[in-house]
Design a protein around this ligand. Structure first.
Ligand code: SF4
Length: 106
């Protein structure tokens, strides 16, 4: 039987609650496959160049390369999953002190 399992697609239940973690994408290594956009569409989005960028909690796309955004608490697991599985190894999840929580080199 085929089921539509959307349990790993996260949407914010309270986007105003910050986890204290921030995330950025290295667009120079992004493949544009869209895994992150599928996992956490409230945090990642493709720009017209086909690469992934991060968004603010208000949904504004931050098109400056390497821009950081805070991760709403309900989306931490989805963003860390995206960083762990990112084919380009180019999603960095950072703690408040700048050390890595997830991503290349963590
Ligand atoms: S998962 Fe990684 S490589 Fe794929 S679109 Fe997102 S940032 Fe780019």
């Amino acid at each position: 039987m085929v089921t539509d399992d959307r349990s790993r697609v996260a949407t914010p239940t309270n986007s105003g609650v910050s986890s204290g973690l921030r995330v950025r994408v290295d667009q120079g290594a992004c493949t544009g496959d869209g895994l992150c956009v599928t996992r956490a569409p409230s945090v990642f989005e493709h720009d017209i160049d086909g690469l992934a960028y991060v968004k603010t909690a208000d949904g504004d796309l931050l098109t400056e390369p390497g821009a950081r955004t805070v991760i709403p608490l309900p989306l931490v697991d989805a963003v860390i999953d995206a960083a762990d599985e990112c084919p380009g190894d180019c999603i960095y999840v950072e703690r408040p002190d700048g050390t890595l929580e997830a991503g290349p080199g963590s």
